[in-house]
Design a protein around this ligand. Structure first.
Ligand SMILES: [Fe+2]
Ligand SMILES: [Fe+2]
Length: 215
């Protein structure tokens, strides 16, 4: 069996994180709407969770537009124009999402839900195309393993520069993954992030989003 390419593993992890972030956000909206409003203690956390989802998705698309797609364009076949257009369409929806967030505490859940569903409808097919085009089998013949390791690192560094406040973004990424996938994903993070920053130094900062995470 061929070992999963680190580039493919990184891509799939971030896709899993965003997919769970979207489905949890939509489920929560449904719950809040059913209850006719949100428990006031949850409003801050929920807005922060949805805002972090927005940052992570924005950052992932930037990484693909600026590094991943230019790198693979001449090496791996994929509908790059369609994928780039999807990113632009999703960016427009992310702006709407951002505009909805201040209204969350005053009951603007239905508007937020509508935007999240619109985003989810584009996101699902989009990430499926990427996962079909960028597989270990397709990358292996065009890249040496060291090149893949370096590129995966480059993706992660680029992503972390655009994903908003790290005390929210990093726990959001770790704990939107289940335990098994989290262990693999965390391997590329330095010890200090995993053992000191997330669990101790940043703990109070991300506590409000913890009810939405797999902690
Ligand atoms: Fe994409
Ligand atoms: Fe992607």
């Amino acid at each position: 069996m061929t070992e999963t390419s680190p580039v493919v593993a990184g891509l799939r992890s971030i896709h899993r994180i965003i997919t769970r972030g979207l489905s949890v956000s939509i489920e929560k909206c449904d719950g809040y709407l059913g209850k006719k409003g949100m428990a006031s203690r949850e409003t801050v956390g929920f807005s922060k969770y949805a805002a972090t989802l927005k940052w992570i998705m924005h950052s992932h698309h930037l990484t693909e537009d600026e590094i991943v797609f230019p790198y693979f364009k001449d090496r791996v076949e994929a509908p790059y124009t369609r994928l780039g257009d999807d990113h632009q369409a999703m960016t427009r929806i992310l702006v709407k999402l951002d505009n909805c967030l201040p209204g969350v505490s005053s009951g603007g859940i239905a508007e937020l839900r509508e935007v999240l569903v619109e985003l989810d409808m584009l996101w699902g097919p989009h990430k499926n195309i990427e996962e079909e085009c960028f597989t270990t089998e397709k990358l292996q013949p065009v890249m040496r393993i060291q090149e893949q390791v370096d590129l995966a690192k480059k993706f992660a560094d680029h992503g972390s520069r655009n994903s908003g406040p790290a005390p929210l973004a990093v726990p959001f990424m770790f704990y939107n993954l289940d335990a098994e996938n989290r262990e693999d994903f965390m391997r590329m993070f330095p010890w200090i992030v995993k053992k000191v920053l997330v669990p101790v130094v940043w703990r109070e900062k991300w506590k409000p989003i913890s009810p939405f995470l797999l902690v």
